[in-house]
Design a protein around this ligand. Structure first.
Ligand code: RP5
Length: 159
């Protein structure tokens, strides 16, 4: 059963959010990926947020762009950790998305990652880190993944 849900406001967010799914796949973490829009499918969003814990989901990665209310609205309806990814928007390059996600009122925490693909990748890694706290095998895979990334960095640049 998937312990990480990856949700996004639109099909157009998938090229960004796929980075979260990919890194979790590399770490052997099953994901449940859905399109859930705060504005276009609010009832679907509420059903998802209220039911996620009972479905066995432990961490939610939520990405949206522009008026990116999705992560905060989900966080308002579940006690599960919500990691928000600001998707890069056309009009304002994702600054709108970032500010829509990051400035939550005290009491409704929503993690906020970097704009775009780096944020999605790191949201996946953070989700894995959270799960690794109670999963020794995943801890080992996460350490190996990070070590491989370090090993891939050359000591000196090449021409
Ligand atoms: C947001 O509006 C979505 O998360 C997406 O980033 C943005 C644009 O959506 P589309 O018009 O491409 O469907 O709700």
């Amino acid at each position: 059963m998937a312990k990480v849900a990856i949700v996004m406001g639109s099909q157009s967010d998938w090229p960004t959010m796929k980075n979260a799914a990919d890194v979790l796949g590399e770490l052997g973490v099953e994901t449940d990926v859905r399109i859930v829009s705060a504005h276009r499918t609010p009832d679907r969003m509420a059903d998802f947020a209220k039911g996620a814990a009972d479905e066995g989901i432990a961490v939610i990665v939520a990405g949206a762009g522009g008026a990116a209310h999705l992560p905060g609205m989900i966080a308002a309806m579940t006690h599960l950790p919500v990691l928000g990814v600001p998707v890069q928007s056309k009009a304002l390059s994702g600054l709108d998305s970032l500010l829509s996600i990051v400035q939550m009122p005290a009491g409704v925490p929503t993690g906020t990652l970097a704009i775009g693909e780096a944020g999605a990748t790191n949201a996946g890694l953070l989700a894995a880190s959270i799960l690794a706290g109670s999963d020794a095998d995943l801890t080992g895979r996460l350490k190996a993944w990070r070590a491989a990334r370090s090993d891939a960095v050359a000591e000196r640049p090449v021409d």
